[in-house]
Design a binder for this molecule. Structure first.
Ligand SMILES: Nc1ncnc2c1ncn2[C@@H]1O[C@H](COP(=O)(O)OP(=O)(O)O)[C@@H](O)[C@H]1O
Ligand SMILES: [Mg+2]
Length: 644
């Protein structure tokens, strides 16, 4: 039965002046079950012919039919299928994968064929045992002798059946004893029904075969048959049932395993590749956490000022240079506002600063004069004693509530309540100690709260006030209240000589400002991620180049383009995810360090930003790994295999 039929095969290498005609009009048929030796001197074209037979290379012209199918019409995947199921290659230099054990090397063709893990391991072990390597399962190729390596490669050729065994100088690198052993195994395989095509330059080796074809300078010069023994014994078929899902799962997990192996066998290179991703992800996650923490802190401070409050200042805006000199707000403005139905309370604020004296101590402090509502509106909490009341304000009482800083400075060990401070030559009796709920900015300053009436008439003598703080009635819209009181004061003053500030508006401003900052810094971090991605691509490209031979071997034993692509893509993604995870870990470390220091705020990590970071690094792996992976999968099997 005709298995292989070559007609008019020509093969040229190179182009132009360097074009060489390596195979010249070769026509040849090979029967199923035959044992053919192709003999010829070095450079005569034997390997070229063999590679065409094994569908590793394509002829320049001519027809090659295998089992009646024209090989030239088959696509890359179908050719890979032929290499996987029909052919078994035995190379002069074994071509084992150095990172895999003997068992894994033998089992590899079955991975690409979709055999289950358990089944293929068992089969690989059985084949190795049959070839006398029962004690070498876990050994890597460099732990085996040449003869042993060649037997591993024979086992590999048989893994998927190996209907046609293609052996290119299988004994070329072996001592004569190992060579003899290999030839005996090959002869045995012929007896079992395998079709054998053997390439050699050695007449003794060729004498094992039943038919000898001699080629010289690309021409067949003789074709002699020494024995009429076409093997007909039924060769054990290894057809396996496979579920599509089981196949996919197995294939991906195998690609995953190989990627992990590749990453860990080049630890430093993998680490350097990851560096860009690590830095990028660590900075994105940290910056977002910093931004969120800072924002949360500022929000907490603002809400401690009191929501539902509106402050009214003289001048036209915060930047108004004249606002210090504008003296348009008066206590009567505050009283007028307090009478409005949409306003819960209004308190004038006057402030001044100076030296506070107690006993021998004198310290500088700021004095904040306000109504009794101030404490409630501003969230000032009583710590000790009492706050001043409406009666104190009405009665222009010389009383003071001091903050904790002042207490610590002037009364470190004693009870301040009832003691008298001197401010601006005026006595003030301490009635309470209080603290602000949220502290913002400089928290070393000393503050003393005194009724505004006392400040105005006893201390500064001023007629104007610095600001009015209004608390809006419940259920009243703050914007509406703001609009109404602006109208009211405008009517009273006749001109817009004041401006209002609403805590809601401040919050919105802060929110958008910190949001913008986070976005900006994230943008910078994103750039570093892209740079990292390019690094990954670069290294993957190098890796593809470096492992071209490996890719060639995988293709020779039946890997399809998709298998190669998967492997490299998974590798890129894995590197990026690992980098991302390390990056998240580093930023967690930064956060831990930051949060254990006495900072004004804490870093807040969100699961979204971490998920986003990991998602990002995966995407980078896919995007930047795609090109090198595709490049690897598009390699021509024989070109890849020929690379050293
Ligand atoms: N990829 C190639 N590019 C150019 N020339 C090649 C290539 N492969 C083989 N050749 C040439 O083709 C001729 C036959 O090579 P080959 O088939 O390897 O011979 P053999 O296996 O009989 O020693 C040699 O002259 C070799 O230099
Ligand atoms: Mg050769």
């Amino acid at each position: 039965m005709e298995l292989i039929k070559l007609s008019g095969i020509n093969k040229y290498f190179g182009s132009g002046e360097n074009r060489v005609h390596v195979l010249k009009d070769i026509s040849l048929t090979i029967e199923k079950g035959d044992f053919v030796a192709i003999i010829g001197q070095s450079g005569s074209g034997k390997s070229t012919l063999m590679n065409i037979l094994g569908c590793l290379d394509t002829p320049t012209t001519g027809s090659y039919r295998i089992n009646g199918t024209e090989a030239g019409r088959l696509g890359a995947d179908q050719l890979a299928g032929l290499r996987s199921k029909t052919f078994g290659f035995i190379f002069q230099r074994y071509n084992l994968l150095s990172s895999l054990s003997a068992v894994d090397n033998v089992a590899l063709p079955a991975v690409y064929r979709g055999m289950r893990q358990q089944e293929r391991t068992n089969r690989a072990k059985e084949l190795l045992r049959e070839l006398g390597l029962g004690d070498k399962f876990p050994n890597k190729p460099n732990e085996l002798s040449g003869g042993q390596q060649q037997r591993v490669s024979i086992a590999r050729a048989l893994m998927n059946g190996g209907e046609i065994i293609l052996a290119d100088e299988p004994t070329g690198a072996l001592d004569s004893k190992s060579g003899e052993m290999v030839m005996e195994i090959i002869t045995e395989l012929h007896a079992k029904g395998h079709t054998i095509i053997l390439v050699t330059h050695d007449k003794t080796i060729a004498s094992y075969a039943s038919r000898t074809i001699e080629i010289k300078d690309g021409d067949i010069v003789s074709d002699t048959r020494s024995r009429e023994d076409i093997a007909t014994a039924g060769r054990p078929q290894t057809e396996q049932k496979k579920s599509a899902f089981g196949y996919l799962k197995d294939r991906v997990s195998e690609a995953f395993r190989m990627s992990v192996q590749a990453i860990f066998s080049h630890k430093l290179r993998s680490l350097l590749t990851m560096l860009g991703i690590i830095i990028g992800i660590a900075s994105v996650v940290s910056v977002v956490a910093l931004g969120r923490g800072g924002q949360a802190q500022i929000m907490a401070n603002i809400s401690s000022i009191g929501t539902n409050t509106i402050d009214i200042y003289p001048g036209s805006s915060w930047g108004d240079m004249r606002s210090n000199r504008v003296r348009t707000l008066t206590v009567s403005d505050s009283d007028l506002l307090a009478q409005q139905s949409y306003i819960d309370s209004a308190t004038p604020n006057v402030s001044t600063s100076g030296t506070v004296v107690y006993g021998n101590e004198s310290v500088s402090a700021s004095v904040s004069g306000a109504g009794e509502q101030f404490f409630d509106v501003r969230g000032v909490e009583l710590v000790q004693g009492r706050l001043y009341t409406a009666d104190d304000v009405m009665g222009i009482a010389s009383v003071a509530v001091i903050d904790e800083n002042t207490k610590n400075r002037l009364f470190p060990d004693s009870n301040p309540i009832g003691q008298v401070l001197i401010f601006s030559k005026k006595p003030l009796e301490v009635i309470g100690v209080a603290k602000r709920a949220g502290t913002m900015g400089n928290n070393d300053s000393l503050t003393i709260w005194v009724p505004y009436t006392t400040v105005m008439s006893k201390i500064t003598g001023a007629k104007h006030i610095n600001s009015i703080t209004v608390k809006i009635a419940d259920d009243v819209n703050s914007q509406m209240a703001e609009g109404n009181l602006t109208q009211l004061l405008l009517a009273k003053h006749g001109s817009q000589d004041f401006f209002t500030s609403n805590s809601d508006t401040i919050m919105q401003t802060v929110e958008s400002a910190t949001g913008t900052m986070t976005l900006l810094i994230s943008g910078i971090a994103l750039i570093s991620l892209i740079v990292g991605g390019i690094g990954v691509m670069n290294i993957m490209l190098v890796s593809v180049t470096e492992r071209t031979k490996e890719i060639g071997i995988r293709m020779a034993i039946g890997a399809r383009q998709a298998n190669i692509m998967e492997q490299f893509l998974i590798e890129a993604v894995l590197i990026c995810i690992l980098g991302g995870a390390v990056g998240v870990g580093i930023s967690a470390l930064i956060g831990w360090g930051f949060n254990s220091m006495p900072m004004e705020f804490k870093m807040l990590f969100s699961s979204e930003s971490i998920a986003l970071a990991i998602g990002c690094s995966t995407a980078i792996g896919v995007i930047f790994g795609f090109m090198p992976a595709r490049g690897a999968s598009k390699l021509n099997p024989i070109d890849a295999l020929a690379r050293e």
